[in-house]
Design a protein around this ligand. Structure first.
Ligand SMILES: [Zn+2]
Ligand SMILES: [Zn+2]
Length: 65
């Protein structure tokens, strides 16, 4: 048996962040609704980078918008 090392040349695309509630960390059930079904908090996403915004703020902590 020749042990040929496998090359990991598969380029993975950037995996989008899992749809978990940023507030209670529960999995978002209704992906068509921006409301967490567990804590009933409306989740707002940054229109620039798509990451969830902090509760009560309209400023994205990631990209600053
Ligand atoms: Zn939640
Ligand atoms: Zn952003």
């Amino acid at each position: 048996m020749t042990n040929t090392p496998k090359k990991n040349t598969v380029v993975k695309k950037a995996v989008p962040p899992a749809k978990h509630c940023p507030y209670c960390n529960e999995e978002m059930q209704a992906l068509n609704l921006p409301v967490c079904q567990a804590c009933h908090t409306e989740v707002q996403y940054c229109p620039h980078c798509g990451l969830p915004l902090n509760k009560g703020t309209n400023t994205c902590k990631t990209c600053g918008h």
